[in-house]
Design a protein around this ligand. Structure first.
Ligand code: EPZ
Length: 417
């Protein structure tokens, strides 16, 4: 399977269930290292990034098994603190294991996570925080050698940017540190609260997760626990946009609308019909898809950067011109050249994309440049007349469970080749 083929312009209809959140399951699987007994994590999506996390856990000496959408981890026999370079390269976000490994063993060796498709992905905020908590960090030949000779102790951390990964790593390092850690200007994404819920269910003492100040009182031990991962809000928006772009009507289940407010208001602003229930919603396009004059990506609860490519793809079919300002990543527009191959009219200048709506997209061969850019191409291909062939689909497989099967269920003519 190296390509996704779509014969587009078919209105989607029906209903699907939304997967567990990729960006929550990764830090939660890392957090299982800190528990002294076997943990069961439910609603884990079947994604290549999750499979890489399982490989890392096994590499560390943990017992790890998947049963359907439940991943069970027992780290009592963990005997390693090094993540091999190939696994670090396979998944950039494996840097979130750093805080958990150091928190468990007092040591860690990881290769410096390279940049990724979104541009440089520095981890200076992660490292300076761990350093304040007693971790000595030496960078040599592309590897980071971390060691806490006196063990980890609590510290007061002021993040200059509310980094999701840095907030997660600090929490993971702090839960069993001596004393209290306070994170000021912490990230507030729902995935942070989900990580804290998992850890607190195992006996951690974390307060304020989801706000900009998080308090972690270090504890001696963490027990066994079970936890179910929150729904993936970005996957949810991807299916919503595909229904709007194909002028269909779908229902998506197993969502948490409260995690999606900034995105839902954008669908309202573009004239969509939305019926929102406790854990599901129904969406269809209005009489016409209205342009959205200005959208800017912000940290939570603002409009999430990960939904940017999906929404830009949708607005290629709007009536009028929209503008998107990307404030989080330096290089998030690489997929736009691929979208333009399907007839999209988009101009970019720095962090600004100007999207001039067209009446119809036309299928074309293209390739995914990154996870969400790839998803944007799938949405465009579903709306486009004729055939779209998407290459480099490994990017998409990182974050979307059963993508092709789900769209087939909704009536799309889509298949792997
Ligand atoms: C997480 O990445 C997500 N990944 C990203 O999702 C998401 O886009 C991002 O948060 C923002 O919401 C996972 O959770 C696995 P950040 P992360 O640290 O933690 C700069 C997807 O599509 N920064 O909040 O890497 C950084 O360069 C992925 O699912 C520093 O400068 O995001 C970026 O410009 C893509 N120094 C900004 O902060 C640091 O030490 C946001 O980064 C850390 C970050």
């Amino acid at each position: 399977m190296s390509q996704i083929v779509i014969n587009g312009a078919k209105a989607l209809s029906g209903e699907i269930n939304i997967q567990g959140a990729k960006n929550s399951v990764l830090p939660v699987l890392a957090a299982t290292i800190l528990c002294d007994k076997e943990c069961h994590v439910h609603n884990c999506p079947d994604l290549s990034d999750v499979n890489t996390s399982i490989k890392i856990l096994k590499q560390l000496g943990c017992k790890c098994a998947r049963q359907g959408n439940t991943v069970s981890v027992d780290s009592s026999d963990m005997n390693n603190y090094k993540i091999p370079e190939n696994l670090m390269r396979e998944m950039r976000s494996s840097v979130v294991f750093l805080g958990a490994i150091v928190g468990k063993t007092g040591k860690a060796v990881i290769s410096s996570p390279g940049g990724c498709e979104l541009g440089p992905r520095p981890i200076d905020l992660h490292l300076s925080a761990l350093n304040k908590m007693g971790v000595c960090i030496r960078e040599e030949h592309g590897f980071l050698y971390c060691d806490a000779p006196e063990g980890l102790y609590g510290a007061e951390i002021n993040l200059s940017f509310p980094s999701v990964g840095a907030t997660e790593n600090i929490i993971l390092a702090a839960v069993k540190a001596k004393g209290m850690t306070v994170i000021h200007n912490a990230a507030k994404e729902p995935e942070i609260s989900d990580l804290a819920d998992f850890l607190n269910s195992a006996g951690a003492r974390i307060y304020g997760a989801g706000s900009d100040t998080v308090y972690i009182h270090g504890v001696e031990k963490l027990s066994a626990t079970e936890h179910s991962i929150i729904p993936d809000r970005i996957a949810a928006v991807t299916y919503m946009a595909s229904a709007v772009m194909t002028n269909g009507k779908i229902v998506i289940n197993d969502i948490m609308p409260s995690h999606m407010m900034a995105m839902l208001s954008l669908f309202y602003e573009s004239g969509c019909n939305l019926k929102i229930y406790k854990n599901s919603l129904e969406i269809s396009r209005g009489d016409k898809l209205l342009r959205v004059p200005k959208i800017r990506s912000l940290v939570y609860p603002g409009f999430p950067t990960d939904a940017g490519p999906i929404i830009i793809s949708m607005l290629t079919l709007a009536d009028g011109t929209s503008m998107f300002v990307e404030n989080i990543f330096e290089n998030r527009f690489r997929y736009i050249d691929e979208l333009k191959r399907l007839g999209a009219k988009i101009k970019t200048e720095g962090k600004i994309a100007v999207i001039e709506g067209v009446s119809q997209l036309l299928g074309a061969p293209c390739k995914a440049t990154d996870l969400r850019g790839g998803a944007a191409l799938v949405c465009a291909g579903l709306a486009a007349k004729d055939t779209t062939v998407i290459g480099e689909i490994g990017h998409i497989e990182r974050g979307y469970e059963n993508l092709v099967d789900n769209f087939k269920k909704l009536g799309a003519d889509i298949y792997y080749r």
